[in-house]
Each structure stands twice: as C-alpha cells, then as structure tokens.
Design a binder for this molecule. Structure first.
Ligand SMILES: Nc1nc2c(ncn2[C@@H]2O[C@H](COP(=O)(O)OP(=O)(O)OP(=O)(O)O)[C@@H](O)[C@H]2O)c(=O)[nH]1
Ligand SMILES: [Mg+2]
Length: 393
C-alpha cells in the first residue's frame, strides 16, 4: 500500500477549539473541515469521526484521533478538538496540545459559562497568546431582540478576554453557526470562512526552534504488527529525518527512526511544531511510555531537582481552598510526563491559594528539565498550580 507523501508547501500551525461543554466545538470543527473540503483544500471529517475515543492503529502509523488537519489558502493547520473538560486541562497543561492559537467557542444562546472562563485562564497559563472567538449558534439568535442579546454576549466575552490579558477589544469575534454551515447553508458557510480568515490573519506564525537539537515528548505509544513500536507527539524543537539516531529518555535506549508520518502521510523530515508519529527500530512496546522524551542523542540531561516559580490556583480558579506546606507531594505534569514530587517551600514554608511562590522540587524520577519549562501541579485529578522552572540542580 503506497501512501501520498506529506508535502510542506505552507507554514504549519497548531490550533484548537476550546469552550464550555455543548457550545458546539465539535460541530464547528466538522463544519470547518467541510467548508474547506468544498473549497478543495482538505478532507471533510464528520462529527462522529472527531468525537470519539482513539482506536487501535491497526491500519498504519496514525496520530491522536482528536486531531484533524486542513489547509487554508495560506496555511496548513493541525486542529485539536478535545472531547471533554478533563482532557482540556490535561492536554493543555501538559503541553500535549501546544497551541499556537485557539478558537474560543461561545454559544450565543448561553453566553459565558464556567468552562469558558476556565479555558481562557488555562490558555493564558500555558502560553497560548492568541484567541479568536466563534460566537456559535448565531443561527438561533440571529434576528430582532435576540441580536441585542448577542451583542451583550460579545461584550461579555471581550471583557473576559481583557481580564485575562488578551486585549479583548481587538480580538476578532465572529458570529457563526457550525450546525448550519455543516448543513451547507450559504449564509453560514460564509461565516465559517470569515472565522478562518480571522484565524489566518490574527494568529501570527510562531517562532519555531528549527536549529535546536530534536526533542519530542511522547504522547502515545502504538504497536504496528510487523513493523515495530511507534511513538506520537508534537515536535517541540529541531528537526528529525528517517535514519536519524535518537535517544529515548526514560527508556534509556538509543535507536534509529525508521519511519515518519504526519496525519497518515509519510514525510522525510519533521520539524518543530509538527504532530508526528515516529517508528523506532527495535524498541519494545513496553520499553517506552507516555512522558518519555525522544531527543537527539546527548542533547538533554535528565534531572530530578529543580527550583520553580509556581502560581497556586485560588479556589475560584478550581484550585485548593487550603494552603500547602513544605512536605507537600503532588503530581507534576511536565511536558507529557506525570511525576510525583516533594515540595520544599524554604523559609516561607507555606503557600496560600492565589500566591506565587518559589519552591524547590525533588521529583520521583529523572526527567529532561530546563530553565523556562512550564508545568502544572495536579492533585486528585485537578490542577492546583502552574509553574515555570527557574533553575535545574
Ligand atoms: N442551533 C445550533 N446548534 C448547534 C450549533 N452548533 C452545535 N449545536 C448543537 O449543540 C450541541 C452540542 O454540540 P457539540 O458540537 O457536540 O458541542 P461540544 O462543544 O463539542 O460539546 P462537548 O464536546 O461535549 O463539550 C449539539 O446538539 C449540536 O447540534 C449551532 O451552530 N447552532
Ligand atoms: Mg465536543
């Protein structure tokens, strides 16, 4: 079976839909692919192909099913539509979804809801610098008095964005109907086109560290019968080619990349920002796990102790209602890894929700660390802090 190779003709960006449950993220994602497929630049991905759990990758190297890809006139996008709120938190804080920009979906019928605000906060914390708003379900409120209510929702959304440092006055807010666009209604397919134009123009091309040594944090591990073990994830920096030697940190093995794909298409070279699957020679399925890091040999030295600046989320932001003290032992989500760590708060000794503190952390195992790396602090399945590594010991 031969497959068409991926040809890099346009800059590649990673975006995603976020927003409150049922506001129409998946419907809009499907509508975007439909509108672009009709323009001849992509494949329509129906709703029920997006909104489902990953399946066995028996058909070939494939990446996380929550991603869809499409092209506008000027760009190639990987778009992630995460199935539920818990997945957002996990994927966004761990950097598994490294978004260059986000489409905030807000139902014009309902306005801002709790997860609308949480996702904006989360986006800010993980460094998503650009948000475009899709005021969805506009078909249901298009006329008369309802239009006034939609104006109010728009104001409210702009306010929320400003509160979180997004410059709400200049953020594009586009009134759309994913549902009607999916049905082919020309008024609303035009609205989805307008949304895509806003994304194309408002979200700038991010800087990619192509010259740095290759690094990818493993999101998923799959086995392809007869071919070997495949790891998937986003290339954080550098480039990798078929035939390159790489090191799997965590598994302590050095191997060779024998296959490379993006969205099921083979490629010769993957670069920073790409979502890819790597076939690794002679690596057992059980040797490598989510959270391991594949990197150019010798380019990173894993460590266990580091100092960090950490913001402890307030109860209102979904965090703790009580302080933490030295001896606290939460989980640290670093890239795609989930590692327990002992917290030392030094002389201050305690941190209250809402505080930003300096802490020293001793992790349960070595992971590749570096100054400036972001991470989340989690406890009992919820995020209680967000931090940045300031020094590695
Ligand atoms: N009237 C109208 N209904 C819509 C529109 N978009 C989505 N819906 C409906 O809203 C409901 C939720 O849509 P989804 O696309 O599943 O919403 P979601 O945000 O992906 O939901 P979760 O993934 O569960 O958070 C469905 O019943 C859709 O048919 C729209 O543009 N107009
Ligand atoms: Mg959905």
């Amino acid at each position: 079976m031969s497959k068409t190779a991926y040809v890099r003709t346009k800059p590649h960006l990673n975006i995603g839909t976020m927003g409150h449950v049922d506001h129409g993220k998946t419907t809009l994602t499907a509508a975007i692919t439909k509108v672009l497929a009709e323009r001849g630049s992509g494949t329509f991905v129906p709703f029920d192909r997006i909104d489902r759990a990953p399946e066995e990758a028996a058909r070939g190297i494939t990446i996380n099913i929550a991603h869809v890809e499409y092209e506008t006139d000027t760009r190639h996008y990987a778009h992630v539509d995460m199935p539920g709120h818990a997945d957002y938190v996990k994927n966004m804080v761990t950097g598994a979804a490294q978004l260059d920009g986000a489409i905030l979906v807000v139902s014009a019928l309902d306005g801002i809801m709790p997860q609308t605000a949480e996702h904006v906060l989360l986006a800010r914390q993980v460094g998503v610098d650009h948000i475009v708003v899709a005021l969805n379900k506009a078909d249901a409120v298009a006329d008369g008095e309802d239009a006034v209510l939609t104006d109010l929702v728009e104001l409210e959304v702009r306010d929320l964005l400003t509160t979180h440092g997004y410059g709400g006055d200049s953020v594009p807010v586009v009134r759309v109907s994913g549902l009607r666009a999916l049905a082919g209604d020309p008024r609303w397919t035009a609205s989805v086109e307008a949304l895509l134009d806003a994304v194309d123009t408002y979200v700038p091309m991010p800087e990619r560290y192509l010259d740095a040594p290759f690094l990818l944090s493993v999101e998923n591990v799959l086995t392809i019968t007869g071919r070997g073990t495949v790891v998937t994830g986003a290339v954080e920096r550098g480039t990798v080619r078929v035939g390159d030697r790489v090191e799997v940190l965590g598994a302590s093995v050095e191997t060779v990349v024998t296959g490379l794909e993006t969205f099921g298409k083979p490629m010769d070279e993957a670069q920073a920002g790409d979502n890819v699957a790597l076939l690794l020679r002679g690596v057992g399925r059980d040797a490598v796990r989510r959270g391991h890091v594949v990197a150019a040999p010798g380019s990173v030295v894993p460590a266990r102790r580091f100092t960090a600046q950490v913001y402890v989320l307030s109860a209102r932001e979904g965090g703790r209602s009580t302080p933490v003290a030295t001896g606290y032992r939460p989980q640290f989500y670093i890239r795609t890894a989930d590692v327990v760590g002992d917290v030392d708060l030094g002389e201050v000794g305690v941190a209250r929700p809402g505080d930003t503190v300096t802490m020293t952390v001793e992790l349960g195992r070595d992971v590749p660390l570096e100054t400036g790396l972001g991470f989340a602090v989690r406890e009992g399945g919820r995020t209680v802090g967000a931090g940045t590594v300031t020094a590695v010991e």
